[in-house]
Ligand binder design. Structure first.
Ligand code: ITT
Length: 193
């Protein structure tokens, strides 16, 4: 079964390629030659995931999934949330991280979670899957692996950041891996019925 992954983020493509079950073959937007920006005007992760999946569905009519994800920080009233990619306004991970650390300066509550909402459009119908991982925000940059806010996110039960983990370690517990698992279970059940 072939699915198009409606994302321009190559780090997401890389992660999902490592966790997607082998009966699913994934095509990226680069593979299908779609390079236009998709404006994310939604106020929720669900709205933005749907917007991305729908844009590509309307172009291709094929089966699609999209991932809208972000970091939700308790002491910042949920920021950066849906604005995670654009938090500092420069589009650079290091600027987003610097802003988050600055906003949290002196705060003792460092609780946060990563969330990923997948929107699947299958035979024209929309389905949503959510993955979440709780953790804390470190006081400094830790590690160089991964992308985005990985260097400042320490998942609960661990003493290292996502950026200090191997891809395998992150993929075993991440928000994105959990959303992919739900999508996979849904497709397996669909085939049984
Ligand atoms: P697409 O919309 O093209 O998929 P994007 O990067 O703009 O790519 P989002 O709008 O979903 O994607 O923004 C997600 C941002 O949240 C992402 O750019 C990171 O800053 C952050 N993020 C999401 N998942 C992450 C993860 O696993 N590790 C670190 N940061 C993550």
């Amino acid at each position: 079964m072939e699915l198009i992954f409606a994302t321009h983020n190559n780090n997401k493509v890389k992660e999902v390629a490592q966790i997607l079950p082998s009966y699913l073959s994934m095509k990226s937007l680069t593979d299908i030659g779609f390079f236009d920006e998709i404006e994310e005007t939604g106020k929720t992760f669900e709205e933005n995931a749907l917007l991305k999946a729908k844009t590509i569905f309307e172009k291709t009519g094929k089966n699609i999934f999209a991932d809208d994800s972000g970091l939700v920080i308790d002491a910042l009233n949920g920021a950066p949330g849906v604005y995670s990619a654009r938090y500092a306004g420069t589009g650079k991970d290091e600027d987003n991280i610097a802003k988050a650390l600055k906003e949290l300066d002196g705060k003792t509550n460092r609780k946060a979670y990563f969330i990923s909402i997948f929107c699947l459009i299958l035979n024209g119908k929309e389905y949503f899957f959510e993955g979440r991982i709780d953790g804390t925000i470190s006081t400094e940059i830790l590690g160089e692996n991964g992308f985005g806010y990985d260097p400042i996110f320490i998942p609960d039960g661990f003493s290292k950041s996502f950026a200090q983990m191997s891809a395998e370690e992150k993929n075993a517990i991440s928000h994105r891996a959990k959303a992919v698992e739900k999508l996979n279970n849904f497709l397996i059940n669909l085939n049984k019925n």
